[in-house]
Design a protein around this ligand. Structure first.
Ligand code: MG
Length: 358
């Protein structure tokens, strides 16, 4: 038994309190301490074993929306190849990169992990294509970061939500406004905590690198297509490029005494160039646009049938919820579906069924 474990047994102090004390000893003074959390939407008794942010992380890992991430597209729709990223593996890569940053900067890794694991819970099926179609279907629009917050606040646990801390909620909703958003967030749109800002940059580091890797795997790109300036500045392998970006964020943020989490202007310029390159050669190419039109048709057809057909609505969604509009209920339902669930449902509702009796 370690000395630490003996101390816990002997003192009778809840482990959570000892962990909170440890945070004050080892974290930077700008880190968000769990003992200083602004609390939850509904107040709850603290756990004896875990800090508030550890508890939030566990709630996210145990929720249904988290499990659905494994069947949601990252970039390539319902890929049959086992090595392509899904929204779940993207989330895990973000979490690992963010925790490396957090440990180097002596920030609260538990808060970072909770925000990272929850940041994309509101992502639709079919990646950003699905998000765009839904955004056109309702007047108030649709952003996946806002839907992530809605998932944890309202939709999980049959309408009760996960009741997460304010710091995790803030980090989730401010992680991004979409791909055209500037890499360094505008003042006023940044997460309140440095931990939230870490996740925002880790998300960008993760997706730029793994989307490039997946595009090479899919042979949409050839390694010789990557511009020399990008290779020169960021390195000529997947792991090297992640390393360069992570190291740069650590140094640039420490240079400014952790006033904010940032990149140096030189690396930022290369990262922006890489993003432009991916838009031009991967995200917005004719092959992707053809798929997008198919995704649009599927989502629009489902939306219309749920809005107009009471029988289908009742069978698939259950009773109408008096608290929100039918439109919102349909919208939340479709936004939560995985790629494969949507395709199966579409087949079930709209395609003729083969006659199986011989
Ligand atoms: Mg993400």
């Amino acid at each position: 038994m370690s000395k630490g474990t003996e101390a816990v047994r002997a003192s009778g102090t809840p482990l959570r309190v000892l962990l909170e004390e440890r945070e004050t000893r080892i974290l930077d003074k700008r880190a968000q301490l769990s003992s200083r959390s602004r609390g939850r939407l509904r107040s709850e008794e603290e756990c004896t074993l875990r800090t508030a942010f550890q508890r939030d992380r566990d709630r996210i890992v145990h929720c249904k929306a988290f499990r659905r991430l494994k069947h949601k597209t990252q970039v390539f729709l319902s890929p049959t190849g086992d090595h392509y990223r899904t929204r779940l593996t993207h989330t895990l890569e973000v979490s690992q990169i963010a925790r490396t940053l957090g440990r180097a900067l002596a920030l609260n890794e538990d808060l970072i992990e909770a925000i990272a694991l929850g940041h994309d819970l509101g992502h639709t099926a079919f990646g950003h294509g699905g998000e765009r179609v839904l955004a056109e279907l309702i007047p108030e629009g649709f952003l996946h970061n806002e839907q992530s917050l809605r998932v944890v606040d309202v939709l999980e646990k049959n309408g009760r939500g996960l009741n997460l801390t304010m710091e995790v909620r803030d980090g989730i909703v401010k992680h991004s406004k979409g791909r055209s958003d500037p890499i360094l967030a505008r003042t006023g749109e940044k997460a309140e905590s440095l931990e939230g800002q870490v996740v925002r940059l880790a998300d960008i580091v993760a997706y730029l690198n793994h989307d490039l890797d997946d595009a090479l795997r899919a042979e949409i790109l050839d390694p010789s297509d990557i511009p020399d300036e990008i290779l020169h500045c960021l390195g000529n392998s997947h792991s090297r490029r992640i390393h360069v970006m992570v190291e740069d964020i650590i140094h640039a943020s420490l240079e400014e005494n952790l006033v904010e989490i940032r990149m140096s202007s030189e690396v930022l310029a290369c990262v922006e160039q890489l993003r432009e390159f991916l838009f031009e050669k991967v995200y917005d190419i004719p092959r992707v646009r053809v798929e997008f039109e198919r995704v649009r048709k599927i989502i629009e057809d489902l939306f219309n049938v749920f809005m107009k057909d009471d029988e289908v609505f009742g069978r698939e969604l259950g009773a109408l919820d008096g608290g929100v509009s039918r439109e919102r209920q349909v919208f939340d339902h479709i936004a939560g579906m995985t790629d494969r669930y949507i395709l199966d449902l579409y087949k079930r509702l709209f395609l003729p069924r083969p006659w199986m009796k011989f």
